[in-house]
Every structure is written in structure tokens, then in C-alpha cells.
Ligand binder design. Structure first.
Ligand SMILES: NC(=O)c1ccc[n+]([C@@H]2O[C@H](COP(=O)([O-])OP(=O)(O)OC[C@H]3O[C@@H](n4cnc5c(N)ncnc54)[C@H](OP(=O)(O)O)[C@@H]3O)[C@@H](O)[C@H]2O)c1
Length: 304
């Protein structure tokens, strides 16, 4: 049973929130009056980030450990939310991994301009400094796709207790936009929301990992730029649509945060954290009857 305070208060979980866009998303949600659970896989990094926010006056932020690749860790977080709050209003699946081994000095020396990164012109240039190994690709899919699915599954019963229907924000990337996938058949299948299912999406992920292992990415038409990352985000977008189709009373969307200056892109991004968190925060705070099953480029609806 929820007490009066719990039923009127809004509660949020943000993953991968010890730094970057996740950290700023926690700050902006806390500033909007939401009680936020800042989660991080590393306790030291998570508690330090939380202390920083407390120091800025955000006493409505709490830390809880969460490694989205670890089912026990997910289970422990779900139990914590259940015991402390009895419900959840907002889940921001923000944690992310790149899926590549990078020669950072080599990358810096290339001095690639933002326009080349975003347009795809940099694809061939970066091949010498970025390698997709099987282990890195697996880590990427386990974090950006299976991690989101496992956490969402564990928290859905609590989200469904939200008076406003619950909000899920899946932090995606323009790398997952369908037009970037060379294989036409995969593009078509992922675009057809009527026939999409979790099983079908899992099948694509497993096929991709099989192709990484067998060095068959290019021949089978997967993206050449950050292949695992691109696939993880395309599959995350597809999963978002399947979820939204199933849970019609909720607002479930995915968002490209913009090209933001963070560790994830080796600080090649141009937007500030404040700008980068705006899309996630807007979708987390959508009013009742707000859009669902959509992909946003920052705060604007865009094509999948
Ligand atoms: N920056 C951009 O331009 C950009 C563009 C498009 C999309 N995105 C997306 O935005 C999201 C946030 O990225 P960011 O740019 O803010 O990068 P970031 O500063 O590197 O933050 C990534 C966060 O994810 C966490 N993380 C990684 N694996 C995890 C796991 N297994 N369990 C829990 N947390 C984990 C990291 O924790 P540790 O500190 O412990 O490693 C870190 O807190 C990602 O989903 C990313 O794909 C970013």
C-alpha cells in the first residue's frame, strides 16, 4: 500500500547517471520536483555524483547501485523501489556503451569535424582507429538493448502503478535511424511496426552477433560506422515501438539527445549536457495523453 505522500509524489529512475547526459537528466528532473534515483554501476562514482547534487541543493536525489548487465543488480533495484516508493512514474534508460575498442590518441590526431561525424563522411576515416571486437559488440548489445529490456521488464509492474500511466524514455541515437542500415530487408522489417515483436528483434541481434564473430558485417549489410552501437540503437527503437503497442496507457518513447560533449564520443560532441538532457526530460514529464511509440531528435518528433 502507498501512503498519501507516495501517491502524490513522482518517482524516477535514471540509469548510467554518474556522469554525462544521465547525470544532467537527474539534475533537471530533480529541479522539476521529481524524487530521482540516480543509479550507477560503480558505487564510488554513483555516491560522488549524488553528493554533488546534494551540494547543489537537490535533496530529492537518492543513489542506488545498478549495473544493467547484471540481473541480480536489476532485481535489487526493483525491490528497493517497491519497498521505498511502492510505484515508479518515470524510467529513463540512459546507460550506454559504444561497442568499439578505440585508439583515442589516433582518433584525436585525425581531428574530424562534427559535420563529417554526423553526415557519415567520417566512416572510412575512423576504421583505422576503431575496432569492433566480438566482446565489445556483445557488451554493447547487453547494455544498450538487453540491459534496457531486462530492467524495463523488472520495473514495468511498478510503472503501471503510476497514476499518470508511467513514462519510459529510451535514450537512443541517430546512429540507429533506419536509413543508415545498408541491408534493405532488415530496414523494411524494422520499419513494419505491425509485424514487429520482441522475438523478431532478438533474432536480428543474435544474427548481428553471429556476423561479428564470423567477420561478415559488411557482406550482410550492417552499418560500417560503429556497427554494434548502431544496431543496438536501431533495435532499441524497434523495442520502444513494440512496448508502446503493448502498454497503451503509458508514454513510451525513444530520443536522440543530440551530439553532446561527453566521454562516450571521446568529447567530439558540440552540445552541452544541459542541451543534451532536454529531450529525455521533456519525454519523462509528458502530460497525460502525450505521444507514445515515437522517436525524437532532441525535442522534435523524427522519422525512425
Ligand atoms: N553524447 C552523445 O553525443 C550521444 C549521442 C547519441 C546518443 N547518446 C546516448 O546517450 C546516453 C548517455 O551517454 P553519454 O553521452 O552521457 O555518455 P557517458 O558520459 O559516457 O555516460 C554513459 C553512462 O552509462 C554508464 N554505463 C555504461 N555501462 C553501464 C552498465 N552496464 N550499467 C550501468 N551503467 C552503465 C556509464 O557508467 P560508467 O561511468 O561506470 O562507465 C555512464 O554513467 C547513451 O545511451 C548514449 O548512447 C549520446
Amino acid at each position: 500500500m502507498m501512503n498519501d505522500k507516495q501517491s502524490t509524489e513522482r518517482y524516477a529512475v535514471v540509469t548510467g547517471a554518474n556522469k554525462g547526459i544521465g547525470f544532467e537528466t537527474v539534475r533537471q528532473l530533480a529541479a522539476a520536483g521529481v524524487t530521482v534515483v540516480l543509479t550507477a554501476r560503480n558505487e564510488k562514482r554513483g555516491t560522488e555524483a549524488t553528493s554533488l547534487l546534494h551540494g547543489l541543493g537537490y535533496s530529492n536525489v537518492q543513489y542506488h547501485q545498478l549495473d544493467v548487465q547484471d540481473l541480480q543488480s536489476i532485481e535489487a533495484l526493483a525491490k528497493f523501489i517497491q519497498t521505498q516508493f511502492g510505484k515508479l512514474d518515470i524510467l529513463v534508460n540512459n546507460a550506454g556503451a559504444t561497442g568499439v575498442v578505440v585508439d583515442e590518441d589516433g582518433l584525436k590526431a585525425l581531428n574530424i569535424d562534427p559535420e563529417s561525424w554526423l553526415s557519415g563522411k567520417a566512416t572510412n576515416i575512423v576504421q583505422g582507429v576503431m575496432k569492433t571486437t566480438y566482446d565489445k559488440a556483445k557488451e554493447c548489445l547487453d547494455t544498450n538493448y538487453y540491459g534496457v529490456k531486462n530492467l524495463t521488464r523488472a520495473l514495468l509492474p511498478l510503472l503501471q502503478r503510476s497514476a499518470s500511466g508511467g513514462r519510459i524514455v529510451n535514450v537512443s541515437s541517430l546512429r540507429g535511424e533506419l536509413w543508415r542500415i545498408p541491408n534493405e530487408e532488415i530496414r523494411k522489417e524494422l520499419a513494419d511496426v505491425e509485424t514487429l515483436s520482441e522475438e523478431k528483434i532478438d533474432g536480428f541481434v543474435e544474427k548481428f552477433l553471429h556476423d561479428v564473430r564470423n567477420d561478415e558485417l559488411e557482406v550482410n549489410g550492417w552499418s560500417k560506422m560503429l556497427p554494434a552501437y548502431s544496431v543496438s540503437k536501431a533495435m532499441l527503437n524497434a523495442y520502444t515501438r513494440v512496448l508502446a503497442k503493448t502498454y497503451k496507457n503509458m508514454c513510451i518513447n525513444c530520443v536522440h539527445p543530440g551530439y553532446v560533449d561527453t566521454d562516450l564520443n571521446w568529447h567530439t560532441g558540440t552540445l552541452t549536457l544541459e542541451e543534451g538532457a532536454q529531450g529525455s526530460v521533456m519525454l519523462a514529464l509528458l502530460p497525460e495523453g502525450g505521444l507514445t511509440g515515437c522517436y525524437f531528435d532532441r525535442t522534435q518528433v523524427a522519422e525512425f
